[in-house]
Design a protein around this ligand. Structure first.
Ligand SMILES: Nc1ncnc2c1ncn2[C@@H]1O[C@H](COP(=O)(O)OP(=O)(O)O)[C@@H](O)[C@H]1O
Ligand SMILES: [Mg+2]
Length: 329
């Protein structure tokens, strides 16, 4: 850095990538996009590494979809630079498009085709030979549990089934980079688990996966890292491990809540009043460090308080999110 000329610093954002991982992932530097007077993406910097699931987290209107459309090459940035799997979606659009699988938040068109035809049509567009495309379609329909509906028109699918078809469509050409816009919305609990298992498997294969959501509980168990966006700007990037360790609010549950409360009072541990308390027998406390949490549980058990559980009070992502300054538009 010290030897850089001022010109090298003109575009900042994520630091240089020493191990070449950026050629397999996504890098966004200083990206901006406006629609007339609306600044949808003001200034975003982020990196989506291969082999991981990265969450793009922010309230409605914060610019998540606009960013993803730019990454998918469907919208050009006004300024800033983007590379997906090493290619700029504007100047090397066919290389970038071949590397990217895009799942929009609504499936939209194609609804007169059958599920199978949606997938074979896409395979054809990616110049996959017909026999191979048919085999790939069958494999993916099975993966997203739509085999029974393979020959029904896509328009008869429920919202969750359409989401699953959209996911299969994004995977047709086995892309290196996967961009999923609110993929879990409309999914039933079983399908959410399936989605999580599938995305973890794709990450383990070395794919770079970016998942947007405004529903934080969807992402806690799924993501390795998170990028927070607010009003068109990236405001924070952290790993989930860091977020979990910085958790301060813990929820304690004992078989006998009065016994627990008496013990806490006698030991000078203050109960935190929680306006959003779920149940009166859940006791909320604030602890400065993970070590303090471990010590508290040890002492409670040692003194015979019948503990059922001690867990972070809300998901790690939610705690960081609520701690950030963010506003809905
Ligand atoms: N095509 C468009 N024309 C005008 N304004 C748009 C368009 N697309 C998005 N916007 C505006 O840009 C902002 C960001 O939208 P979006 O990227 O959809 O946010 P998110 O996906 O985070 O909810 C919003 O204020 C939205 O109204
Ligand atoms: Mg959106």
């Amino acid at each position: 850095m010290t030897s850089s000329s001022p010109g090298d610093l003109a575009v900042d954002g994520p630091p240089p990538d020493p191990d070449g991982a950026d050629d397999l992932g996504v890098v966004v530097r200083g990206v901006r996009r406006t629609f007339d007077l609306v600044v949808a993406v003001d200034r975003m910097d982020l990196r989506v590494p291969p082999g991981q699931v990265t969450a793009l987290v922010g309230p409605n209107g914060s610019g998540k979809t606009t960013l993803m459309l730019m990454l998918a090459g469907l919208l050009a940035p006004d300024s800033g630079t983007i590379t997906v799997a090493g290619a700029d979606p504007v100047t090397r659009s066919s290389a970038a498009r071949a590397a990217v699988g895009w799942m929009p938040d609504v499936l939209g068109q194609w609804e007169t085709l059958t599920c199978r035809e949606v997938l074979t049509t896409f395979a054809d567009a990616y110049r996959i030979p017909a026999a191979q495309g048919r085999a790939r379609a069958a494999e993916l329909l099975d993966e997203v549990h739509l085999t029974e509906l393979a020959d029904s028109p896509a328009r008869v699918l429920s919202r969750g089934q359409k989401q699953r078809l959209g996911l299969a469509r994004a995977l047709v050409h086995d892309p290196q980079v996967l961009l999923l816009d609110e993929p879990a919305s409309g999914l039933d609990p079983r399908s959410r688990v399936d989605l999580r298992v599938l995305l973890r498997r794709l990450a383990a294969q070395g794919k770079a996966v970016l998942v947007s959501s405004h529903v934080l509980s969807e992402l806690d168990d799924l993501a390795d890292g998170a990028v927070f966006v607010s009003r068109g700007r990236t405001v924070d990037a952290r790993t989930v491990a860091e977020m979990t360790l910085s958790t301060r609010r813990w929820q304690l549950v004992a078989l006998d809540p009065d016994h627990l409360r008496t013990w806490l009072r006698d030991h000078g541990v203050a109960e935190v009043a929680d306006p959003a308390a779920v149940r009166p027998d859940h006791v909320l406390v604030e602890l400065p460090t993970p070590e303090a949490a471990a010590a508290l549980l040890r002492d409670l058990v040692r003194d015979g308080v019948p503990m059922v559980s001690q867990a972070p009070a809300s998901g790690a992502l939610e705690q960081v999110y609520l701690g950030l300054e963010s506003e809905r538009r």
